[in-house]
Design a protein around this ligand. Structure first.
Ligand code: NAP
Length: 304
């Protein structure tokens, strides 16, 4: 089966591309810079501009799936210009995919559309499922529009799955290496008051859940890709400290995060407790359901 992945050079896309290739799929990564060194081994690259089907649209013909993960990183200092890039990169990618599918005679079976648990907005102690309504802050409004960006393919008969992803834990990128650094210096601790929900997922479970939803013909609509045991940021930091044998005692003050990330600090200082209700109902089994087993697996010396 041919699978196209936008953003397939990133933290999630690389791992998913590798897993699909190992399972025997033909994987093509759409990238702005598809140099072999940026691609997982054995995976083909095709150049795209993230905005139009030019130069790659023909690859959609007869493909099984398109997985849309591309988007400018939100883990940077937010200015009006970065917020615009964060938003436009995602909406433009969705639009390009819709155009490419509209033009294809033989349309793909399924589109997997990335989204994030930021969809729900900051929600205190509430436990949230896919049925809960969206929030209204920048990230929530972004997620709503991002999810909608590929919706027109449904009217073309294409099954569509939304991957509402939590904080992905991996050794080589994303939130964990940034959290780890102060811990290694004996300066680790919760972010702000630490009460905010951190709906995390081990990257291996994310990859398996994405494959499960891609291959399951009944799967459609939004799925929370989060582990069944979301925890507060302080609890995650406590477990992280325990796993690496360092104390979790020095809270990072909110003002310091705001100095570093501007409005983007809200993403770290607020959060939500999200449950993977639809994945569990569909029969998906998590390999790492609790944070301690996930962190131990990621941080054992031989882990990749
Ligand atoms: N990691 C997480 O914890 C997490 C949580 C929730 C949601 N997500 C979402 O899931 C998606 C994949 O996450 P990730 O962690 O793998 O992201 P990532 O490592 O930042 O990779 C995203 C990819 O998007 C492409 N990209 C970056 N800026 C772009 C731009 N301005 N225009 C077009 N393409 C651009 C890049 O590919 P090229 O440079 O090759 O073009 C990059 O490899 C992202 O959209 C992210 O927001 C991630």
């Amino acid at each position: 089966m041919r699978v196209l992945i936008t953003g397939g050079t990133g933290l999630l896309g690389r791992a998913l591309a590798e897993a699909l290739r190992q399972a025997g799929d033909e994987v093509i990564v759409l990238s702005r810079r598809p140099e072999p060194a940026r691609l997982p081994p054995g995976v083909q690259g095709a150049r795209w501009d993230g905005r139009t089907p030019e130069g790659w649209g023909h690859l959609v013909e007869g493909a099984f799936a398109i997985i849309n993960l591309a988007g400018e990183s939100i883990g940077q200092r937010w200015t009006e210009a970065t917020k615009r890039r964060i938003r436009e990169s995602r909406l433009n990618a969705g639009r390009a995919i819709v155009e490419a599918i509209a033009a294809a005679r033989e349309k793909p079976q399924v589109v997997l559309q990335a989204s994030a648990v930021g969809y729900y907005g900051p929600r205190g102690e509430e436990r949230l499922t896919e049925e809960d309504p969206p929030g209204s802050d920048f990230l929530a409004r972004l997620a709503v529009d991002w999810e909608a960006s590929t919706q027109p393919v449904e009217a073309m008969g294409v099954r569509r799955v939304i991957l509402r992803t939590g904080i992905v834990l991996a050794k080589d990128g994303g939130a964990l290496p940034r959290l780890l650094l102060p811990f290694r210096l004996f300066l680790g601790g919760p972010l702000g008051n630490g009460r905010q929900g951190w709906s995390w997922i081990h990257r291996d479970d994310w990859v398996e859940a994405a494959r499960f939803l891609m291959e399951n013909p009944e799967a459609r609509g939004p799925y929370n890709l989060t582990a069944p045991q979301p925890v507060s940021n302080a609890e995650l930091c406590r477990i992280l400290g325990k796993v690496i044998g360092r104390p979790s005692w020095l809270p990072v003050p909110a003002f310091a995060l705001r100095l570093l990330f501007g409005e983007g600090a809200d993403f770290l200082l607020t959060g939500q407790f999200v449950l993977p209700k639809r994945l569990l109902e569909a029969g998906f089994t998590f390999r790492y359901p609790d944070p301690e087993s996930a962190l131990r697996a990621i941080l054992r010396p031989t882990a990749s």
